[in-house]
Design a protein around this ligand. Structure first.
Ligand code: NAD
Length: 420
C-alpha cells in the first residue's frame, strides 16, 4: 500500500463501505445483504520453503472466495510484503462486483502470499509457488475457483500452479488458472487486456466529457503490466504521456515521453528512473501534475484525503485496484473530477481471463483480433451501462458501478435462494 501510516485505510473497510453505499442506493433487502456482503470462504495457509541456503523459511498465504453466486470464484494472486488477510478479502470482494459489472459468469476471489519476490531466487519462487498451490489445491479448480496473476505474479508462476494442480489430479488441467503463457493454453491478448480495458473506458469518458484524445496529457503512476501497456496504448492513440513512475522514481517531460523507449529501458534495467530525456520529479508532484488523464496503476491508497486536493486531472482512471479512498472520492466529486472506478476500469483483465478459460475448456483457440474485438465490445457496453446509472440516478461513477455489480449478484442470489 502506498500511503503513510497516518492516512492508510484498511481496504476491506473500504470495500464494505462501498457495498453499503450501493446496497442503500438499491434499497436492497437485509436478507440479501446478509447473503452477499461477506466472503463465503477464507483459507490461511502456512508455506514452508527450503531456501537456496538450505534454511527453511515459513511464509503465510491466503485464498479468499468472496462469492460463487454467479459462477466459480475468480481473481488473481498477489506476492507482496504487505499482503494480509484484509487486503485479500477486499480484493476478493471487488472481484465479485467487477465480474458482475462486465457480466461474465464468475464470482470473486483473490489470493496472496506475504513475501518479497524481489528477494527470492527463481528456484525459491518456484518452490514457494508450488507449496502455496498445494495448500490451496482443495478449494481451487476450473469449476470452483480460478486464480490469475496480480502484482508481482507472472505467467510463469501460473504455469507452475497449473502443473502442480495437474500432477495432483493426474491429468492436465489448463483451465485451473488464467494468465498462463501462450504455449500452455494462455490467451492471445491477455497480457494487454487490463490496459486495453482501461483505454476503452477512458476513451469513453473523454468522449462523454468532450475531451479530445489527440494531444491529451496522460500521467501514469506504476509502470508495470497495467501501467506500461496503458501508457503505450495512449501514446499510440496520439495522446501525450507526460509522466510515469515506478518504485524507483518518477520521470516527467511536458512535451511527452517517448513511451516505447521508456518501456525498453524498463525491460533492460527494471526501472524507468534513469530515462535520459526527462526530468526527475517526486511522487507527490506526479500526482499533482495538470493533465487530462491520471492513471493510478500501482497499489491501493495512492490517493487519499491527504493528497486528493492536489490532483489536477479531469479524468482519473483506476487501472489499479482501490487506489482512491472513499474520502478522496468525495473530494473528487466536489472538484468535478470524473473517476472511472477500478471494478470497471481494470475489468479488461478478468474479461480476457474469462475468454482464456472458455478457450481452454473448449480446446479451441481464437485469433488475437477476435479476443480484442470481443473485449472492446464488453468494455464499451459495460462503460455505457455504468454511465447510464451515473446519469439516471445522479450518482458518481463508483457508486453507479457498485450498484450495477451488487444488483446483478443480488439477482442471482434471489434466484438461487438459500440452501438448505
Ligand atoms: P505489476 O507488478 O506488473 O506492476 C506494478 C507497478 O507498480 C511496478 O512497476 C511497481 O514498480 C509500481 N509501483 C509499486 N509501488 C509504487 C509506488 N509507490 N509508486 C509508483 N509505482 C509503484 O502489477 P500490475 O499487474 O500492473 O498491477 C497493478 C495494479 O493493477 C494492481 O492494483 C492490480 O491489482 C491491478 N490490476 C492488474 C491486473 C492485471 O491484469 N495485471 C488486472 C486488474 C487489476
Amino acid at each position: 500500500m502506498l500511503a503513510t501510516a497516518t492516512t492508510q485505510k484498511n481496504p476491506y473497510e473500504v470495500a464494505l463501505e462501498n457495498f453499503d453505499l450501493a446496497a442503500n442506493a438499491l434499497e436492497l433487502e437485509e436478507n440479501i445483504r446478509a447473503m452477499i456482503k461477506y466472503p463465503e470462504r477464507m483459507l490461511t495457509v502456512s508455506i514452508p520453503v527450503r531456501m537456496d541456503s538450505g534454511r527453511i523459511v515459513r511464509f503465510e498465504g491466503y485464498r479468499v472466495q468472496h462469492s460463487t453466486q454467479r459462477g466459480p470464484a475468480k481473481g488473481g494472486i498477489r506476492y507482496h510484503p504487505n499482503v494480509n488477510i484484509d487486503e485479500v478479502k477486499a480484493l476478493a470482494t471487488w472481484m465479485t462486483w467487477k465480474c458482475a459489472v462486465v457480466n461474465i459468469p464468475y464470482g470473486g476471489g483473490k489470493g496472496g502470499v506475504t513475501c518479497n519476490p524481489k528477494e527470492l531466487s527463481l528456484g525459491e519462487l518456484e518452490r514457494l509457488t508450488r507449496r502455496y498451490a498445494s495448500a490451496i489445491l482443495p478449494i481451487i479448480g476450473p469449476e470452483k475457483d480460478i486464480p490469475a496473476p496480480d502484482v508481482y505474479t507472472t505467467p510463469q508462476i501460473m504455469a507452475w500452479i497449473m502443473d502442480t494442480y495437474s500432477m495432483n489430479m493426474g491429468y492436465p488441467v489448463t483451465g485451473v488458472v488464467t494468465g498462463k503463457p501462450i504455449g500452455l493454453g494462455g490467451s492471445l491478448g491477455r497480457n494487454e487486456a487490463t490496459a486495453r480495458g482501461c483505454f476503452y473506458t477512458t476513451r469513453g469518458s473523454m468522449e462523454h466529457l468532450g475531451i479530445p484524445l489527440a494531444g491529451a496529457r496522460v500521467v501514469v503512476q506504476g509502470f508495470g503490466n497495467a501501467g506500461s501497456i496503458a501508457a503505450t496504448l495512449f501514446h499510440e492513440a496520439g495522446a501525450k504521456v507526460i509522466a510515469v513512475s515506478d518504485t524507483q522514481g518518477c520521470i516527467f517531460n511536458d512535451r511527452g515521453l517517448e513511451i516505447p523507449a521508456v518501456v525498453k529501458l524498463k525491460n533492460e534495467t527494471r526501472t524507468v528512473a534513469g530515462f535520459p530525456a526527462a526530468d526527475r520529479i517526486r511522487p507527490d508532484e506526479l500526482l499533482a501534475l495538470k493533465c487530462e488523464v491520471l492513471i493510478p496503476a500501482a497499489l491501493e491508497n495512492a490517493i487519499t484525503e491527504a493528497n486528493a486536493h492536489a490532483v489536477r486531472a479531469r479524468v482519473v482512471a483506476e487501472a489499479a485496484n482501490g487506489p482512491v479512498t472513499p474520502e478522496a472520492d468525495r473530494i473528487f466529486d466536489d472538484m468535478g473530477i470524473f473517476l472511472i472506478p477500478d471494478i470497471l476500469c481494470n475489468a479488461g483483465g478478468v474479461t480476457v481471463s474469462y475468454f482464456e478459460w472458455v478457450q481452454d475448456e473448449n480446446h479451441l483457440f481464437w485469433e488475437e483480433n477476435d479476443v480484442n474485438a470481443k473485449l472492446e465490445k464488453i468494455m464499451v457496453r459495460s462503460f455505457q451501462d455504468v454511465l447510464k446509472i451515473h446519469i439516471d440516478r445522479q450518482v458518481n461513477m463508483r457508486l453507479a458501478a457498485n450498484m450495477l455489480g451488487v444488483r446483478r449478484v443480488a439477482e442471482a442470489c434471489r434466484l438461487r435462494g438459500l440452501y438448505p
